[in-house]
Design a protein around this ligand. Structure first.
Ligand SMILES: NC(=O)c1ccc[n+]([C@@H]2O[C@H](COP(=O)([O-])OP(=O)(O)OC[C@H]3O[C@@H](n4cnc5c(N)ncnc54)[C@H](OP(=O)(O)O)[C@@H]3O)[C@@H](O)[C@H]2O)c1
Length: 261
């Protein structure tokens, strides 16, 4: 059984741990600088430690799920464990390149990057994965791990900052849109709890439709010529809705590029 160690029991690391523990297919360990963060995972049968180095020594695959600025320090800490050729390390951090990670690890270390999103916490995540040459052998294992929390695709590393902006931050954009839509319903007089249920149902249902057909098809099915949806589209486009989405994703991509240091 693969020994998987996750550094950082936060939103991403924690979601992954709980799903992997449920599957029963992995020997799991976790470390975090906050011992209280580790308690729920210990109860789920996961090995816990406050030492990243100890976790790395006892794992075949390390997944670093700490904030981007904490990645170099964590890599320095676990570097001595990578004397063993069979170990691999995966980072889920935004903006920290494989080249930057490799500066802190012995030459030839298998390094992978994954960009997940927070939908992993409900098993409906989207993730992209890439690796250096030495990490290619570990790709199937890492893809299998992230398939436990959603869909996984391979993507060249040069597109990782854009993917971070698109689907890594994506749930927050959808939540922003949902909030605006709920507020708009309330403004028109719909009770807040009813507006919320209608909007959440609409977003969930549309997500299913979009798996079956293109966004344009869904739009055309709803939009009667001269009807209500057409009127809304004209108003939203005039207010710069589409341009705001382009600008937001561009700003997030630029921000991701700056995180690597
Ligand atoms: N959240 C998202 O939606 C999302 C989406 C895609 C990718 N990511 C990436 O995933 C990574 C983790 O994000 P997150 O939102 O899961 O972060 P998080 O919730 O803050 O979890 C990170 C955990 O690691 C702990 N930690 C910090 N330094 C550590 C160290 N040296 N050793 C062990 N544990 C340490 C943190 O403690 P402190 O709180 O004290 O720092 C925290 O408990 C980030 O790099 C982010 O770019 C996140």
């Amino acid at each position: 059984m693969k020994k998987v160690g996750i550094i950082g029991a936060g939103k991403i690391g924690g979601s992954l741990l709980l799903r992997l523990a449920e599957s029963g297919g992995f020997d799991l360990g976790v470390s975090d600088i906050h011992p209280e963060q580790l308690r729920p995972y210990k109860q789920a049968g996961v090995r816990t430690t406050s030492s990243n180095q100890e976790l790395a020594e006892t794992s075949d695959l390390i997944i670093a799920a700490v904030k981007p600025w904490d990645v170099p320090g964590v890599m320095e800490e676990i570097s001595p464990s990578f004397r063993d050729d069979n170990k691999a390390v995966t980072s889920v951090a935004a903006g920290v390149s494989i080249a930057r990670i490799s500066e802190s690890l012995p030459q030839g270390t298998a390094i992978l990057r994954v960009m997940p999103n927070v939908c992993a916490s409900v098993g409906l995540g989207s993730a992209v994965v890439t690796s250096n040459e030495a990490g290619r052998a570990a790709l199937p294992t890492v893809m299998d791990i992230f398939r436990h929390v959603g869909e996984v695709l391979e993507l060249p590393e040069r597109l990782f900052d854009a993917a971070t902006a698109l689907h890594g931050s994506g749930p927050a954009y959808v939540a922003l849109f949902a909030d605006a839509l709920i507020q708009a319903g309330v403004r028109e007089g719909i009770p807040r709890d009813v507006a919320r249920r209608l909007v959440v149902g609409t977003i969930g249902g549309t997500a299913v439709l979009l798996k079956e057909r293109s966004a344009h098809q869904v739009r055309d099915e709803v939009m009667t010529p001269g009807g209500t949806t057409a009127a809304a589209f004209v108003a939203m486009e005039k207010a710069g809705f589409v341009a705001a989405v382009y600008d937001g994703v561009e700003a997030a991509t630029e921000q991701a590029r700056g995180l690597g240091g």
